[in-house]
Design a binder for this molecule. Structure first.
Ligand code: S3P
Length: 172
């Protein structure tokens, strides 16, 4: 199979808090492949949590480290990667991902996501400065950008392990 057997990187994309990290970890474990969470790597690089990076260094510094790390980790095949919901918005990163890897869009409906929103605010600086209607607009704006992908998974009725099983089954 051209996706899994080809050892291409699998990249999970989607809005903040749709489960990219959890599902990525689960998929990697089941496939016996390494998992890299770009957000985690950025935190390690700066030695602080994302909210603090935004406060102390600004979003620009965050984005530039994000891009550097994505390029670095995409270079080599065989991994499962998750990246922050904002990374894929940039044309160059999007093209790089789509050209080199299998891009999987984790699609959660607004109705399901909205119920989870309160658990995400503390760790997501992008959400902290917006009202709920603004977050909803952002959610739908980004959905259009995530429509460039190789595989879409509707996660509304699936647990993270079920989502991982689905991804593995479809790509087989
Ligand atoms: C961001 C998403 C976050 C993280 C940062 C910025 C964004 O990742 O990279 O807070 O711009 O959408 P998650 O998508 O994992 O929440």
């Amino acid at each position: 199979n051209k996706h899994i057997a080809g050892e291409k990187n699998l990249i999970l994309i989607g809005f903040m808090g749709v489960g990219k990290t959890t599902i990525g970890e689960e998929t990697a474990r089941k496939l016996g492949r390494p998992f890299i969470d770009i957000d985690k790597e950025i935190e390690v690089a700066f030695g602080m949590p994302i909210t603090q990076i935004f406060k102390e260094h600004g979003e620009k510094a965050f984005r530039s480290k994000e891009k550097e790390l994505i390029k670095y980790y995409i270079e080599e095949n065989g991994k499962i990667l998750s990246m922050g919901g904002g990374a894929f918005l940039r044309e160059d990163i999007r093209q790089l991902c789509l050209n080199t890897s299998t891009v999987i869009f984790l699609d959660t409906s607004w109705e399901v996501w909205e119920k989870r929103m309160h658990t995400l605010i503390d760790t997501r600086p992008i959400l902290q400065k917006l009202s709920v209607p603004e977050i909803k607009d952002l959610f739908y704006e980004r959905k259009e950008i995530y429509s460039s992908h190789h595989l879409r998974v509707d996660t509304d009725k699936l647990t993270p392990p079920q989502t991982a099983d689905y991804i593995i089954e479809v790509l087989k």
